[in-house]
Design a protein around this ligand. Structure first.
Ligand code: NCD
Length: 310
């Protein structure tokens, strides 16, 4: 049973709790049909105030595959938000109908705020440029699958480190494991924010910063690519100047270790050439599938659902 009934940032879960969720996800991957009725009669509400493909659909698919039902919106203009309802009142209301709420919002802190008013667990599916903890669960499950764990890994994180919430969640979470080292690869303008850097310094986690992907790729065990977050830029001109700063190509992959994996939370815009998709080291579409299984595990854990007997 999890101590915290909400998931707002990865730090809400202890390493033991993270392991519980990941291990359950691994058991679900082995035999998904055994869990087909685990959440029968339960309802998941997803409130998406920002666009989504994977996160929304993977939560819906996860709940449906557990035998539960879903409701929600992906366009806030079709909800009472358009009439001026506060997110606090929406949270209070929706929690009368649903057993768990998933929320994505452009404003940092919204999921946390909603969790104070909801009478059911709240899961943060992305709050502005802050955190995206369920993408981190997805990423950890993917790394466990390909790398057997996190010990001794050199993880390169490349692209928009300033606004990339998946990156903030992943790096602060991985920093809690032993013996992980980071290489932050970005243009100066998109470098890692202070709240992440300070956390790494406080924990004594080794990291370096560079703007040269080609020169650093050979050191990496994992390369985590990300898109430049257009919607969080104030200046369109600045976005256009930076958007194609890094493009991972087959030529660059030729410089990487034979067992390095490439991850990406998706959506991809232009930062990974499609020629890389057929490289066996490209893990980003497998990552999508892991995302659904780990969300099945998370929903079960947050709702306190017992594992079906074999
Ligand atoms: C990410 C997000 O929403 O932060 N998408 C996702 O959930 N996989 C990454 C992104 O939008 O770039």
């Amino acid at each position: 049973m999890l101590k915290d009934r909400n998931l707002i940032a990865p730090s809400d879960f202890s390493l033991e709790e993270l392991d519980e969720v990941l291990s359950l996800a691994e058991r679900i991957v082995q035999d998904p049909s055994a869990y087909a009725e685990a959440c029968k009669g339960k309802i998941l509400a997803s409130l998406f105030y920002e666009p989504s493909t994977r996160t929304k659909f993977s939560f819906d698919a996860a709940m449906l595959r557990l035998g539960g039902s879903t409701l929600g919106f992906s366009d806030p203009n079709t909800s009472s938000t358009a009439k001026g309802e506060t997110v606090a009142d929406s949270a209070r209301t929706v929690s009368q109908y649903a057993d768990v709420i998933v929320v994505r919002h452009p404003k940092e802190g919204t999921a946390k705020l909603m969790s104070r008013y909801a009478e059911c667990p709240v899961i943060n599916a992305g709050d502005g440029g802050h955190h995206h903890p369920t993408q981190t669960l997805t990423d950890l499950l993917t790394m466990r699958h390909y790398k057997g764990g996190f010990d001794g890994l050199t993880v390169g994180v490349c692209g928009d480190l300033k606004f990339g919430r998946t990156i903030h969640s992943l790096v602060t979470c991985l920093a809690r494991y032993q013996n992980v080292r980071f290489l932050f690869i970005s243009p100066e303008e998109l470098s890692m924010p202070a709240f992440v850097i300070e956390e790494l310094r406080a924990k004594g986690v080794p990291f370096a910063e560079t703007d040269d992907l080609e020169a650093s790729i050979s050191q990496l065990d994992v390369l985590y690519m990300s898109r430049v977050q257009r919607e969080r830029f104030i200046s369109e001109e600045e976005y256009l100047r930076l958007k194609d700063y890094f493009i991972l190509t087959a030529d660059k992959m030729a410089l990487a270790k034979p067992d390095m994996i490439v991850m990406h939370p998706l959506p991809r815009v232009n930062e990974i050439a499609t020629e890389v998709d057929k490289d066996p080291r490209a893990a980003y579409f497998a990552q999508v599938k892991f995302g659904m299984y780990v969300r099945m595990a998370l929903i079960m854990k947050l709702l306190g659902i017992e594992e079906p007997q074999a």
